[in-house]
Design a protein around this ligand. Sequence first.
Ligand code: XMP
Ligand code: MG
Length: 187
Amino acid sequence: MTSIAIPALTKDLVRVLIDADTIQRRVDELAYQINKEYEGIEESLILVGVLKGSFIFLADLCRKLKIPHVVDFISLSSYGASSQSTGNVRLIMDTRENLQGRHVMIVEDILDSGFTLDYLCRNFKARDPDSLKTVVLLDKPDRRKVNVELDYVGFEIPDVWVVGYGLDYAERYRTLPYIAEMVPVTD
Ligand code: XMP
Ligand code: MG
């Protein structure tokens, strides 16, 4: 097997916050908990990944699930070009699955102000699913503006901008295998 070189930090990547092995171990643990909790379900769990940031987390998580499941996606917009949440969430692309009477799990990359997940939970509840849970890889509790109930959380992190493992800055850094703190270099 060829080994893949871990990309080095660039000028604006300040430090590695969570390395690749630590992420994988935590994803294993989350999958273990989910497998246990949903053991014996007859109808597939619908995993709804929030595009784009969750796509790598979702890909790793779903491949560790032993319970029947299907993968779906939703696309929302709240930030526009800025990195501050406006609280004004818009649905850009809906799920393909009908969620009524189904077991649904929202898969999100990061919880910041909470506006996005709060909007999504209320929107999905109105569709009358059999059950609705949330799994979030990263939680920035210091930034919370609206209270959201989380069922599974990967890591709590400080109030810094993070990239890698699906997360981006202006579409950059999504495919880094680790999660790094980023501060844009202005010069
Ligand atoms: P809210 O504020 O609605 O935001 O909870 C959740 C969404 O904001 C994005 N977000 C980030 N994306 N690095 C990123 O790449 C970050 O540090 C970060 N903080 C928030 C993300 O899209 C998330 O779904
Ligand atoms: Mg996101």
